[in-house]
Design a protein around this ligand. Structure first.
Ligand code: ZN
Ligand code: ZN
Ligand code: ZN
Length: 333
């Protein structure tokens, strides 16, 4: 007699295995049957076991332990890992049954290699697993895709982190991300400007700022802006100063840091500018002057590309005082 004690995998209600109380061993359930009442797997089926079935099971890498649930199911013990899997008799006779224990360990190990934590099986789609990336959000992915990530073939993009980044980019320019494009274009989103007007904007334009509000006419070049200097310390120990301009340096700082946790950041200076165009000109002049006076202080992109979402305008901490002095001079003009 077997008893259902509890299921392990949370947060999904799906049951990939049950515990057999008498032996304390797990019984994995067939993939397509996990949504069936788990209780039905607690019943032994009293019929005889044919010698022929034992022979087939051994030839395929299993021992046939008992019949279960109804006349068409049996419990198999894997010769490789010793785990128990319930299978259809028909599957045993006509195909190579898979050991769910081996498969489960493989899924957990692949997730680990991909830098993820396996959380459980999707209750509705058996090709999908539930994972925790390092950011702590929950993602659903095909097992095959996790294998490609583990082998370095592609990267995982967390949808939650991604939409936060998009919202931060918009906030940086004085807009609020409202949602998908009502006309269904995947590279467009719906945004609301600070003036209250709603407008479709291509995401690339939101990132570059090359668009205007069609109601109030404000664009990045006409809207008030600021030069800023931010001190950043990466978990690698690298300390840098990022110099740039932004309508909202606080928000720029937050979304640049969204790339990776563990970065220390401090906003050192904000110098208000009448509009984005003036800020851009001042910033360009400053970079040109720094390139001339301190060419060795320019930090190559590959020193911070895994940590920051910016590509240039990052300088070594040794010229922090110099940069701040130049900003103060611009403020006093
Ligand atoms: Zn196995
Ligand atoms: Zn995330
Ligand atoms: Zn507007």
């Amino acid at each position: 007699m077997v008893h259902l004690t509890h299921t392990l995998l949370k947060p999904t209600p799906v049951c990939s295995h049950i515990y057999i109380a008498s032996s304390r061993s797990k019984l994995y359930l067939p993939r397509g049957s996990r949504n069936h009442a788990p209780k039905s797997w607690t019943r032994d089926y009293p019929g005889p076991i044919k010698a022929e079935w034992n022979t087939i099971a051994r030839a395929k890498g299993f021992d046939l332990i008992r019949r279960i649930k109804d006349k068409s199911h049996v419990v198999l013990r894997c010769h490789t890992c010793g785990d128990l899997t319930a299978q259809k008799l028909y599957t045993l006779r006509t195909a190579q049954p898979a050991c769910a224990g081996c498969r489960h360990r493989n899924i957990v190990a692949t997730a680990h290699k991909a830098g993820l934590e396996f959380q459980g099986y999707d209750p509705d789609l058996h090709k999908l697993g539930i994972y925790h990336p390092p950011c702590g959000h929950t993602v659903r992915r095909q097992f095959g895709q996790i294998e490609r990530i583990a082998n370095g073939g592609c990267k995982l993009r967390c949808e939650t982190c991604h939409s936060r980044r998009e919202a931060a980019e918009a906030a940086d320019r004085g807009w609020r991300l409202m949602g998908r494009d009502p006309e269904g274009k995947t590279n467009y989103r719906m945004y609301q400007h600070g003036c209250g007007h709603r407008q479709r904007v291509a995401r690339a334009n939101m990132q570059s700022g090359r668009f205007q509000c069609t109601a109030c006419g404000e664009g990045w070049s006409t809207a008030p802006s600021n030069l800023y200097a931010i001190r950043l310390e990466l978990p690698t120990g690298l300390k840098v100063v990022k110099l740039g301009f932004s309508r909202d340096p606080e928000s720029r700082l937050r979304h640049q840091l969204l790339l990776q946790p563990g970065i220390q950041a401090e906003l050192l200076r904000i110098v208000p500018q009448p509009n984005g165009h003036a800020a851009l000109c001042q910033e360009k002049n400053l970079h040109r002057a720094l390139k001339k006076s301190h060419p060795d202080a320019i930090i190559p992109h590959d020193h911070f590309q895994n940590w920051l979402s910016v590509k240039t305008e990052v300088y070594g901490i040794e010229i922090e005082a110099f940069i701040l002095k130049r900003l103060d001079e611009i403020r006093e003009k």
